[in-house]
Design a protein around this ligand. Structure first.
Ligand SMILES: NC(=O)c1ccc[n+]([C@@H]2O[C@H](COP(=O)([O-])OP(=O)(O)OC[C@H]3O[C@@H](n4cnc5c(N)ncnc54)[C@H](O)[C@@H]3O)[C@@H](O)[C@H]2O)c1
Length: 271
């Protein structure tokens, strides 16, 4: 299905690790909608991932960049503009990682070196990406920047651990940098708060299987899939949403406004 919503638009997509990644599925959909882009991921992830396969499929170039390195980001942005033939119209930040989560360290027993690393990778990297784009004047007017978030930024999900704090930081950066990007460059900045989705990052969270089933039972429309997230991102990259900015937008089947659902009540009453 294509509506050519991104025809003639150029961008950078961060975070396609494997075919389950939200960024991978978004790249496929952006390609279908006529957008051209550079794919990027951390050099260490490239060896594990199958990103070259995606690059071939979407006729795109891969440039490695660690999102915690300003030098890598400067190189990525300069080279992307050369390869794509001009300034950028869209950027997707689809990056998240917590060593505390990965190693099963409880929120009440943090290893702060790991907490610091997770914050740098998952949240400060969004500021770093935008600062590099801003300083290099790399975005076209009416361009659009999106990062992916989760509702643990607002509500308590104990096993989401320090990623909850990282997402709160990420959403705040979207608003704070979005102000300057809007005022100075007419560029919009938003976060999409996505349902639990079975990806490498998602499945790394303790109790993920319960998490995803609970969210699905709670949401009147059920969980939003990675394809739903890709489609929402495309809407935000398109000219149809030109004055949507500084928002955290829920793509979650209604979960964020629910208190309880019949389905959850049935499960509890019958347990
Ligand atoms: N899966 C879910 O349930 C879910 C729900 C809401 C939001 N999100 C968010 O969606 C985004 C994408 O995650 P995903 O679920 O597709 O998982 P994923 O594991 O496929 O993607 C995470 C990506 O981050 C990349 N990354 C890690 N460290 C990096 C670094 N230093 N520099 C550059 N890239 C780095 C990884 O290589 C990987 O490609 C993340 O921000 C995640 O928090 C996921």
């Amino acid at each position: 299905m294509s509506n050519n919503l991104l025809k003639g638009k150029r961008g950078i997509i961060f975070g396609a690790l494997d075919s389950n990644s939200i960024a991978w599925i978004t790249a496929e959909r952006i390609f279908e909608e006529g957008g051209i882009f550079v794919l990027t991921n951390a050099p260490v992830a490239m060896r594990m991932g199958q990103i070259n396969e995606l690059a071939e499929k979407t006729k795109s170039t891969v440039i490695p960049a660690d999102a915690t390195s300003t030098d890598d980001l400067e190189n990525l942005i300069t080279k992307s503009m050369e390869i794509l033939g001009g300034k950028l119209d869209f950027v997707l930040h689809s990056i998240g990682m917590s060593i505390n989560v990965r190693k099963g360290k409880a929120y009440t027993d943090q290893n702060y070196d790991w907490t610091h690393k997770g914050l740098d990778v998952s949240a400060m990297s969004f500021h770093r990406v935008m600062q590099s784009l801003y300083k290099n004047d790399a975005m076209n007017e009416w361009g659009s920047i999106v990062a992916l978030s989760y509702i643990a930024a607002q509500r308590v999900f104990p096993d989401y651990n320090d990623m909850a704090d990282n997402k709160a930081f990420l959403e705040s950066v979207a608003r704070s940098f979005g102000y300057f990007f809007g005022k100075d460059k007419k560029v919009r900045v938003n976060t999409i708060s996505q349902s639990p989705t079975p990806t490498t990052a998602g499945k790394g969270v303790k109790g993920f299987d319960g998490f995803i089933k609970y969210a699905d039972k709670m949401s009147p429309l059920g969980n939003a899939t990675a394809v739903d997230c890709a489609n929402y991102t495309i809407a935000l990259f398109s000219d149809l949403t030109k004055r949507v900015t500084l928002q955290n937008l829920y793509n979650d089947g209604g979960f964020s406004n629910m208190g309880v659902s019949d389905s959850i009540m049935d499960t509890i009453e019958n347990s």
